[in-house]
Ligand binder design. Sequence first.
Ligand code: SF4
Ligand code: SF4
Length: 407
Amino acid sequence: MTNKPIVYWASPIEVAALRSDAKIMSTNNLVKTRLILDKILDNIQAGDKVAVKVHVGEAQNTRYLRPDYVREVVDAIKSKDAIPTLIETQGLGLRARKIDISEDYYVCINHRANPADHAKIANLHGYNESVIGAPLQFIDGEDGTDGKKIQIDGIHFKDVSVATGLFKFDKMVVISHFKGHPQATFGGALKQLGIGCVTKRNKFLAHMGKLPKILSRKCDITTCNQECIESCSVKAISIENDSAVINQDLCYGCLKCMLKCPHKKKKSPIKNPSMILGDAFVERFIDNALAVMTSFGPENIRYINFAFDVVVMCDCVSNPGPPVVPDLGIFGSTDPVAIDKACVDTEINAPGLPILEKDGTWREPEPPGVEKFKASSPLSEMLGYQMQFNASLKNKIGSTDYELIKI
Ligand code: SF4
Ligand code: SF4
């Protein structure tokens, strides 16, 4: 008997026996998903309201997790007479935008920034009741600001705003598409908790480190109609000593004030902080993950990671790039750190895939033993697999030491 958390793994390549008496001795990835679920959904009881955390993918992204896998999770929950609901929160930003790249073509950004645009993409990608068999609910309200403040003793944060709607549920199954991420190196279960379950305020604080500020030396209230005050839906802006100021306890970083202020670019009095990279970003979202786990109860959460289309970038972008390794399979666990570590270890041990360069030549694949996302990223010196695990161990939210059981 071991005290290490177990990670169940179904390889996509291996032909597995379904049952000892089965005539058909091979299983497909949906059956393997169900075999993993049989191992990890032991905590779900009849009548439980079960949140199924998903990410529907940005518009134009073609590498997001296929809804077929999510339907399998939903069916497994229903088979226990429990009630599944897909849950999601709003992405950063304000509104969906299209950036023209020619007269006929454009690139989509921020299509998950508000419920209306987010629901359109969810439908387009098959994340709805008619395809998956469970409704999709946004758990952080219209503005992405409905949160419950959870006190923690984190690396950076003392409190985190966790999406209020989460607390209507008894259990949660976190579904993650394991792939690369430009700031965090990879995205898996930890990122689903630490970014996907918190309000925009804590998403903003994780990505930027601080909230916007108004520089009094640039803010001249005689040159405007104080549009910033009107634009702020949470009434975070007031005038003090002839200058607008932002209440940092209320602001959630939507930047509507910056859009409405008549002074733009270098003349803008509103200072939007720059994105933070590496440990600074990762430690903050692991603080968020700590708040989600402690408030919802680690025993109420199960994790399933799908390592298919293991691409360089995350599902929040319209072009996530090519896969860096072959499909690695399906992983299931009770521990978010162990499951992500098992995915990372499997990815490092796998041979890389050749990558097509801009000039049309193929880059030699990376050999087993190399961190493929780091090797493929232009920000590679800022990245590293250990960042998420070091921060998780500091916050004591799981174990990097695990037992891998092949299904
Ligand atoms: S102060 Fe500006 S950035 Fe902050 S919530 Fe209000 S409008 Fe949004
Ligand atoms: S921030 Fe812009 S809109 Fe707001 S008071 Fe200052 S100058 Fe006017």
